[in-house]
Write a protein that binds this ligand. Structure first.
Ligand SMILES: NC(=O)c1ccc[n+]([C@@H]2O[C@H](COP(=O)([O-])OP(=O)(O)OC[C@H]3O[C@@H](n4cnc5c(N)ncnc54)[C@H](OP(=O)(O)O)[C@@H]3O)[C@@H](O)[C@H]2O)c1
Length: 271
């Protein structure tokens, strides 16, 4: 793999997570990462003093080979259109929810190679899942380089463009769904343990449950049946959740997130 300079636009939650993960993994030298971020440059420099802070987005794009765009979907079209000329013959990676590859192509010059990915927050701790859209326009060298970059941060899955929105719910949103569930369970235990004890029990149990599911190859539904003995304590709670239609509510929540991801893509990408 040839060495390259990586430009990151935006040092928010994802920009920081991706940079932290890549540096932790030793994928790239800190000095080969250039950053433009309107307000967070100082904190970025505290985290990574050898990173190159660029004074503008245009300076950033001109200085690098690959631009990793970590801005909100709502402002992405404006940001990219302003950089259209500077992005000629560069690689542009977008992590924005909802913004489709055809929109990235429409926003950029034909010489710009574009890649739509959907990472999740766990890339920071090298256990992320990154979905890569098959509709990318990268040549094989750049595709391999970018795929390796995200593989360093966890699991990579290549999927159809039309499944990116629902995929982004299953991977990008799921950490928040799971945390929501854990927080609710914690509430139910009514602080009978210290915070540290409660969290240890919850985290270790989640890790053990995932390992059990993976190693036994049973489905989540089968696991529910294994834990719920008739007239036992677990079945009481599961029965209550079912009576309250929590499965329907969760399925509806997933569809709501997917619809919102699609709506985020309803932005004007005309030149
Ligand atoms: N959060 C997640 O779990 C997650 C997961 C997958 C994908 N995503 C996607 O990741 C993207 C970023 O999300 P986020 O959660 O990281 O948002 P965020 O924390 O709000 O960060 C957005 C960043 O964009 C920067 N920014 C604003 N205007 C800019 C401009 N003109 N040029 C360059 N940078 C600019 C801001 O910089 P300053 O701080 O300097 O103002 C801010 O740091 C979104 O498109 C989202 O759909 C998020």
């Amino acid at each position: 793999m040839k060495p390259f300079k990586l430009g990151v636009l935006g040092y928010g939650k994802m920009g920081k997570s991706l940079i932290d993960g890549l540096l932790e993994r030793g994928f790239i030298d800190e000095s080969a990462i250039h950053l433009y971020t309107p307000h967070s440059a100082k904190s970025a420099l505290v985290d990574h003093p050898d990173m190159v802070i660029q004074p503008s987005a245009e300076d950033l794009v001109q200085a690098v080979d690959v631009v990793l765009c970590c801005v909100k979907p709502q402002i992405l079209p404006e940001v990219i259109l302003d950089l259209r000329m500077a992005l000629r013959h560069k690689v542009l990676i977008s992590i924005a929810a909802g913004i489709r590859t055809d929109q990235l192509i429409a926003l950029t010059d034909p010489s710009t190679q574009v890649l739509r990915v959907m990472p999740n927050l766990a890339v920071q701790v090298l256990k992320g899942v990154t979905l890569i859209s098959k509709a990318h326009t990268l040549d094989s060298d750049w595709f391999n380089t970018c795929a390796v970059m995200f593989e360093k941060l966890g699991t990579v899955m290549l999927i159809d463009e039309d499944k990116m929105d629902i995929g982004s719910v299953l991977t990008g949103s799921l950490p928040a769904y799971l945390a929501f569930f854990l927080d609710s369970v914690k509430l139910g235990s009514a602080s009978q343990f210290s915070e540290a004890e409660t969290l240890e029990m919850l985290y270790e149990t989640v890790k053990g449950t995932i390992a059990y599911l993976e190693e036994t190859h049973i489905t989540p539904l089968e696991l529910i049946n294994r834990v719920c003995s008739p007239n036992g304590s677990t079945i009481e709670g599961i029965r209550y959740l079912r009576d309250q239609h929590v499965e329907d509510l969760m399925a509806h929540a997933v569809r709501q997130s997917e619809a919102r991801a699609k709506a985020l893509g309803n932005v004007d990408c005309e030149k």
